[in-house]
Design a protein around this ligand. Structure first.
Ligand SMILES: [Mg+2]
Length: 127
């Protein structure tokens, strides 16, 4: 069975490029448009008893930003799922905040597919 990854980003272009990259590498992808949408989708994943291997999230998003979303995940049944941040934010203070919130990895956009896949593999193995 394919490993399933949730991808959270408010940009349709980024969502489709992440999905394209991950699906080509044999992962199943569940998309969400912001932290709130992602939280609702996690509820559904939990209710369905579906397995999730990793969450990739943006930081700057409407409704619920990435930092708030990461904190919510870390307080939920999904707290052991590794979270990879993929964002335009490369500022060290912001990265520190993200790591403190519970992010396991941090990639700055634009991403190279190989770089993203490598980061994902590393986080899934480490887990
Ligand atoms: Mg964004």
């Amino acid at each position: 069975m394919n490993k399933c990854i949730m991808s959270v980003d408010d940009s349709p272009t980024i969502r489709s490029s992440i999905s394209f990259c991950l699906e080509n590498a044999g992962y199943d992808v569940i998309d969400a448009v912001d932290g709130q949408d992602a939280t609702e989708k996690l509820e559904k994943i939990r209710a369905d008893g579906q397995n999730l291997s990793l969450i990739i999230t943006d930081i700057n998003m409407p409704k619920m930003d990435g930092l708030t979303f990461i904190k919510k995940v870390k307080e939920s049944d999904f707290r052991f799922i590794p979270i990879l941040v993929l964002t335009t934010e490369g500022d060290s203070a912001m990265i520190k905040k993200g790591k403190e919130a519970g992010a396991a990895g941090w990639l700055v956009k634009p991403f190279q597919p190989e770089q993203l896949l490598w980061a994902i593999k590393r986080l899934i193995w480490l887990k």
